[in-house]
Write a protein that binds this ligand. Structure first.
Ligand code: NAD
Length: 355
């Protein structure tokens, strides 16, 4: 029995998460496994009831679970709160920290049926299937910061980019393992021509590489990687990189697929991993049965693969999503000529009918 904490959150989270949960329930029936779901409040509902977007009860439910399924956080009402109570800062970051999640995984898959949804040319994006590992707990975002006023009154600000070998080794090993189960190609992205932290990153990657002789390793400077992602994204299989480079590159890579509604993500590293769509709570379409639930359903597939090691079940969900697209069904965000437009609930049902 696997225990899943379910945090629907704000906006469309309340519509897309039930579709992923229903999909997991069907998987339990078909693949001879069992899941126990425990719902918990986060962000606006939690703030209204307990006065904090991440109350201790919710954190405890997550810590006791085997995996966490999260919709999205952020609402017009929460945006009016002081920064220390906003859900990104007061709920998401502490949740990731408490669960010890140090690697964020973002698959970007360009489905043949959605090639036209990308802003890039079909021949550039067709067949793209990239998995990025972004380090989540170190680097520039967490290093010491300071502000000083110089003698002449000029303001100066300092951010510090710190990494140690342990932090690099643990994520690079995960990325090598993932590459091994895919097309066996790993690109480590750094800026070793300029940054000392990147030189340490590269040395550490090279030290670990002999443990994975079957994986082809290459190193790429981050500026070149940004260029290669739009020039020839098909060259990448697995990418591993530090926090800020990963932050920027994953957003760039996400647009290869054309729609935020298709992008799943997983944050792993601790005992309990967190699975969530890459998009936000989309308040502009919330409550209208317009949201695309596929990113959340695909995040549930990642949960089956990475937390529960149910590869066959994960692949069945991904195949069902492909099949629904091949059969011509689309939510509004990915709608194309000649296709049949469906709402959130119907899209979820169509996927389940194909599992
Ligand atoms: P967003 O991702 O919520 O929406 C951007 C655009 O994409 C909107 O037009 C929206 O309608 C559309 N969209 C997003 N997901 C979709 C889906 N599944 N189906 C169809 N269309 C979809 O980003 P935003 O508008 O900048 O932010 C809205 C709120 O979400 C803010 O409060 C923000 O802070 C929060 N946010 C949360 C997360 C998170 O929970 N991890 C991430 C990003 C933004």
């Amino acid at each position: 029995m696997f225990k899943i904490a379910v945090l629907a959150g704000d906006g469309i989270g309340r519509e897309i998460v039930p579709e992923a949960v229903a999909t997991l329930k069907l998987i339990a029936e078909k693949y001879d496994c069992a899941f126990e779901f425990t719902e918990a409040l986060i962000s606006e509902d939690a703030y209204e009831k307990y006065g904090h977007p991440l109350p201790p009860q919710t954190l405890e439910i997550c810590k006791q679970a085997d995996a966490v399924l999260l919709g999205a956080v952020g609402s017009p009402k929460m945006d009016l709160l002081p920064p220390e109570l906003r859900p990104e800062r007061a709920a998401l970051l502490p949740l990731r920290k408490e669960l010890g999640l140090f690697a964020n995984l973002r698959p970007v898959i360009v489905y043949d049926e959605l090639v036209a949804a990308s802003t890039l040319k079909p021949e550039v994006v067709r067949g793209v299937d990239i998995l990025t590992f972004r380090e989540l707990t170190g680097g520039l975002y967490f290093g010491p910061k300071k502000r000083t006023t110089l003698a002449d009154g000029t303001e100066e600000a300092v951010d510090t980019l710190v990494y140690n070998t342990k932090e690099i080794e643990r994520i690079v090993r995960l990325a090598f393992e993932a590459a091994r189960s895919r097309r066996k190609k790993l690109t480590s992205v750094d800026k070793a021509n300029v940054l000392e932290s990147s030189r340490l990153w590269r040395e550490t990657v090279l030290k670990i590489a002999p443990e994975h002789p079957d994986v082809e390793l290459n190193h790429m400077y981050v500026d070149n990687c940004a260029m290669q992602l739009v020039r020839w994204p098909g060259q990448f299989d697995v990418i591993v990189t530090e926090n800020m480079f990963g932050d920027i590159l994953t957003d760039q890579a996400s647009m290869l697929s054309g729609s935020l509604g298709m992008l799943a993500s997983a944050s792993i590293g601790g005992k309990v991993a967190l699975y969530e769509p890459a998009h936000g709570s989309a308040p502009d379409i919330a409550g209208q049965d317009l949201a695309n639930p596929l990113a959340t359903i695909l995040s549930a597939a990642l949960m089956l693969r990475y937390s529960f090691k149910l590869e066959e079940a994960a692949a069945a969900v991904e195949k069902a999503v492909r099949q629904v697209l091949a059969d011509g069904y689309r939510t509004a965000d990915i709608m194309a000529e000649g296709c049949k437009k469906v709402g959130t609930k119907e899209m979820g049902e169509l996927v389940r009918n194909r599992i």
